[in-house]
Every structure is written in C-alpha cells, then in structure tokens.
Design a protein around this ligand. Structure first.
Ligand code: HEM
Length: 414
C-alpha cells in the first residue's frame, strides 16, 4: 500500500517538550490508531506504537531491512558499512551474527562479572573522593561512561586505556547518526561521516596490531575466528568494531542513566530495591520497559504482507516504536507506573521490547545486564543518601533513537 502522507496525530519529534518526555505523544498515537501514517523527511512510512504490532513486525520473516535487495526506502548510510549486521537480512545477517555470538557466549559474559564489579568500585572510589568537596557526583560522566569505555572499549574491543577518551567522541557522533538520515540535520551527517572514517582508521590499525599481538579481548577472539575459517574480511572486521562500539556503548550508558533517574524520581522504589536487592534483575527489565534507551527501530517489508489489518507492499518502510509498546495498557497493568517488582516472581509481566525481538535481538543483552547490575548496585551500596540535585533539570542528548541524559548530577549525602 502507499500510506497516506498526513499523520493522523501530529507531533514534532524535535519539540523540546516531546524530547524531554515522549511518552504522552506515544500514548496519543497508540490510542488513536494501530498504524499511523507519517512522512519521515520525504519518505512515507507507517508508525507502529502498540505492543502487538511492534512484536509481530520484529518477529516476522516478512520484515527486515531490504538493503541487499535494494528495496529500502530509507537513506541510511550507516547500513552501507560492511559487517554492520544490524541492518542486514539473512543470509548475510546469519553469518555475521553467528560469528559474534561465538564470542559473546553467556559463559564469556558471566566470567566478566568480577571485572565489571571491580571497575565500578574503582570509579566510585574516585567519584566519591571528589564528592567529599563538591557534595555531588555525575552518574553519567563519572560512572556510566567510563564503565562502558572500560567494558566495550577495553574488554570487548581491546582498545588501550590511553586511546579510550576519543572513542566516546566518535561514538557520540556515530550514535547521533543512527537516527534515520531523513531526520538528521546536515551537520550531524557530516560529523557522523568524519567520526566513522577516523574510527574505522583507528580500528584498522588495531586489528593489524592484534593479529600479531593478540590480547584477552573479543576482537582478538573474532580475529582467531576469522583466521580459522577465513570468513571475515578486514573491512568487515572493522565494521563489526564500529557496530559493537555504537550498539554497545550509548545503550548501556543510557540504561544506567535512565534507570537511576527513575529510581531517584520514585524514592519508594529506590527504598524497596535497597531493602530487597534480589529485585535488581526485575528493576533492570522495568527500566528497559519504562524508559527504554533504544526508543524505536525501522523495518522494511521484504514481501507483500499484512499487519493489524493493513496491507503493505514489498519495499514499504515502517517505524517500530518499541518504547511505546512498553507503555501499552493492553499488555502492562498501570503502564505509566515505575514498578520494580513487575518482572519478578512466578508470573512476570510480558517480556519488554527494550532489547528488541526476533533475529536482531540484542547480542549484548547479557553484558548490558551485568554492567547495569554492577553500576546501579554499586551506587546504592556506596551512596546511602542518593538524591537528585534540585537545581538541574535532566537534559537529553539530541538523538531520537537513543534516549540518554547528557549528565545526571546527584547529591551524595553521607
Ligand atoms: C542496555 C543496553 C542495550 C540496549 C537497550 C540494546 C538494545 C538493542 C536493540 C533494541 C537492538 C535491536 C535493534 C533492532 O531490532 O533493529 C540491539 C541489537 C544489537 N545490540 Fe544491543 N543493546 C544494548 C547493549 C548492547 C551491548 C552491550 C552490545 C555489545 C557489546 C550490543 C550489541 C548489539 C548488536 C551487535 C546488535 C545487532 C544484533 C543483530 O542485528 O543481530 N548491545 N540492541
């Protein structure tokens, strides 16, 4: 079908109020229609905001990305990076995903727990030392960012510590550029291109170094996988590094920030988690449902198909607002309530879409959980009186796909 070009519910994704709190706009669309037509730049798409349609699209083989088939209506240049399998369909996707899965086994990730806890402890030592004079620490820049740099930058990609600060700059520019190109201002497209080129050059040199001098990191493991089976080219390996950097860093930083902000805004839930630390896993799931680091994804019909009684032709594009699905009252009781017990116990709520579903389900989910568990747990243990600073309203980074705070200053009392 050719979706009509006028949105049923008008809203401006860049309007400051929507950006600070997109959930009321999602609710309006969700209530108005199961399939909302929208013009994304000049591309007519359909937006899904209800759980059923979002989950159906993510799980259906009728939907994918369509770049290899040349049918995508989107102009995403990121999709052209070799090895960036998040925008690939089978069989290419299957091949890359299998290789990366091998290096991300639950056993590998579980073995990282002591390291993650040590890094969190060291970061909190430094941050709390500074807080003795300032009375505050910044959950994003003192804890979440350096933790992600140490884990994704250090342990996964094997980037030496001295080189890591620049990773954050590249990652921010590339992550900003993961919004659909149709929505990006030209300067963000230029900054993304520049950062991607510099970053790719860096990883090219790192891959060459790791070939002769392997280390205990996932990149060395991928190189070993490649050398055994001769299945990855050098540009593909570099592309995987870029993908892991962006997919793994921005998201895990934002999960810690968004979860801590929700706990600060709901002191009774913070008190409950302090009293019952066994609720941590459920707290992390609830944060992923309630204020998801990844707000939406896109898909393209790979064949003529149907969703929610609407028919789509091969090559039609859709936006799947997974963050809105998390607030769907048809699936979650009292969906706007932050309730850290929701995913706990014998009858947990239906699984959230924060890590997506289907073929592209987040490969780094176990690592993201370990990092969030250690960071939030460490913060609660080491900072008994944790509260929001009164004078600073949280400010969000400009990205639409990634929902993340620029900083989260908190008062450290006692
Ligand atoms: C809280 C943290 C994280 C969140 C919320 C998150 C979210 C997601 C989502 C929603 C997708 C699917 C996108 C889609 O369906 O189009 C995805 C895919 C992916 N994630 Fe994550 N992610 C997180 C952490 C990580 C980490 C730590 C890594 C790696 C170290 C990682 C690597 C990836 C990769 C490689 C993909 C592509 C998978 C594929 O296409 O098969 N993610 N992630």
């Amino acid at each position: 079908m050719t979706p009509p070009t006028k949105a049923v519910v008008e809203f401006d994704a860049f309007e400051p109020q929507h950006h600070a709190d997109p959930y009321p706009s999602y609710a309006r669309v969700r209530e108005a229609t199961p399939a909302c037509p929208l013009l994304l730049g000049d591309v007519p798409v359909t937006v899904f905001t209800r759980y059923e349609e979002c989950a159906a699209v993510l799980q259906s083989p009728d939907w994918g990305h369509g770049y290899a088939a040349g049918i995508s209506p989107f102009r995403e240049q990121g999709a052209l990076i070799p090895g960036s399998f998040v925008r690939m369909d089978p069989p290419d996707h299957t091949r890359f995903r299998a290789l990366v899965n091998k290096a991300f086994t639950p056993r590998t990730v579980a073995a990282l727990t002591p390291l993650v806890e040590r890094v969190v402890d060291e970061l909190l030592d430094t941050a709390l030392e500074q807080a003795r004079s300032t009375g505050r620490l910044d959950v994003i820049n003192d804890l979440a960012v350096p933790l992600a740099l140490a884990m994704i930058g250090g342990r996964v990609l094997g980037v030496p510590e001295a080189d890591r600060p620049v990773l954050r700059e590249w990652e921010l520019a590339i992550a900003r550029g993961t919004d659909p190109d149709e929505l990006l201002p030209p300067e963000a497209v230029v900054a993304r291109g520049l950062a991607a080129r510099e970053c790719a050059g860096y990883f090219q040199r790192l891959v060459a170094r790791r070939r002769t001098d392997p280390a205990d990191d996932l990149l060395s493991e991928l190189i070993r996988v490649e050398e055994r089976g001769d299945t990855l080219t050098e540009p593909e390996l570099v592309g995987i590094c870029l993908l892991l950097l962006v997919a793994g860093m921005e998201t895990s930083i934002n999960l810690v920030g968004n979860a801590v902000l929700a706990l600060l805004r709901h002191p009774e839930q913070q008190a409950l988690l302090r009293a019952r630390p066994e609720l941590m896993a459920s707290t992390i799931d609830e944060a992923l449902r309630y204020d998801a680091p990844t707000q939406f994804t896109i898909r393209v019909a790979l064949t003529d198909t149907e969703v929610a009684g609407h028919s789509f032709a091969r090559g039609d594009g859709v936006v799947v607002v997974t963050a809105s699905a998390g607030r769907d009252g048809a699936v979650y009781a009292d969906p706007d309530r932050f309730d850290i017990t929701r995913f706990h116990g014998p009858r947990p709520a239906r699984r959230h879409l924060g890590f997506s579903l289907g073929l592209h389900f987040c490969v780094g989910a176990p690592l993201a959980r370990v990092e969030a568990d250690a960071a939030i747990g460490g913060l609660l243990r080491r900072v008994p009186g944790l509260a929001l600073t009164q004078e600073v309203l949280p400010e969000y980074l400009p990205s639409l796909i990634h929902r993340g705070l620029r900083a989260l200053p908190v008062v450290v009392d006692g």
